[in-house]
Design a protein around this ligand. Structure first.
Ligand code: 13P
Length: 253
């Protein structure tokens, strides 16, 4: 049984002052609690400060995005090297808001994953179907395509460094959580796809997180499912008390 991994995606929320306060509180609250694995994804502009606070703590810091190139004439973009330099260990790649609001496609996502790996940043690779795709019975096709295309040319030894997050688009920010069994079924499908594309042991060891309207009230029943290794939390991660509560309830075992 893996230790549950809980990550908070702050999206475009909080202020630097509140982010710093949050990081200090989190560090202090989790000090000495060895069984806990968690992280936060602050906006770019907060990363340097938050990484400094959480250095030598059991909380990792992830960026919310990177560009696929390491440097160059890409006005307004931030590179994997820059994220790494300020102390991030992880980066979200392929979040549904990037896919749907900013029209990022699978090949761009694949390029970002390979760039992140090349500088030793761990990708948190997000996949998920839209409501119409689920209703048309296409969930598994969509997830398989996102996985296979997003992981094109990623070797088994590199896949070990990746965390996968299943976030059904219809459950994000809607208050409509996937039923634990519904999420578990897709997680199991993801693991089978990894088994087919790579091998069974790797599929077993990889972390697969669930995201979509996670709250303190439903966190435990989700992570109680055999295939759900942790949670990617949006709205409930920007309130310190609710994020801490989620970490506490899932870490109790
Ligand atoms: P919510 O928890 O607000 O539904 O967001 C989920 C998410 O997108 C995390 O990346």
């Amino acid at each position: 049984m893996k230790r549950p991994f809980v990550i908070g995606n702050w999206k475009m929320n909080l202020t630097l002052v509140r982010g710093i306060e949050f990081a200090k509180l989190l560090k202090d609250s989790l000090h000495g609690k060895d069984g806990i694995m968690c992280g936060v994804c602050p906006p770019f502009i907060f990363l340097k400060e938050i990484c400094k606070i959480l250095e030598d703590s059991n909380v990792c810091v992830a960026a919310q995005n990177i560009h696929s190139e390491k440097y160059g004439a890409y006005t307004g973009e931030v590179s994997a090297l820059m994220i790494k330099e300020v102390g991030c260990t992880h980066v979200l790649i392929g979040h549904s808001e990037r896919r749907h609001i900013f029209h990022e496609d699978d090949s761009f996502i694949n390029a970002k994953i390979k760039t992140a790996l090349s500088v030793n940043l761990k990708p948190i690779f997000c996949v998920g179907e839209m409501l119409d795709e689920r209703e048309a019975g296409r969930t598994k096709d969509v997830i398989r395509n996102q996985l296979v295309r997003g992981l094109r040319d990623v070797r088994a030894d590199q896949l070990k460094e990746i965390v996968i997050a299943y976030e059904p688009v219809w459950a994000i920010g809607t208050g409509k959580t996937a039923l634990p069994e519904q999420a578990d079924e897709v997680h199991s499908f993801i693991r089978n796809t990894i088994t087919n594309e790579y091998d069974k042991n790797l599929a077993k060891s990889i972390y697969i997180l669930y995201g979509g309207s996670v709250k303190p009230e439903n966190a435990k029943e989700l992570t109680d499912q055999s295939e759900i290794d942790g949670l990617l939390v949006g709205g409930a991660s920007i309130l310190f008390e609710s994020f801490l509560k989620i970490i506490e309830v899932v870490s109790k075992g």
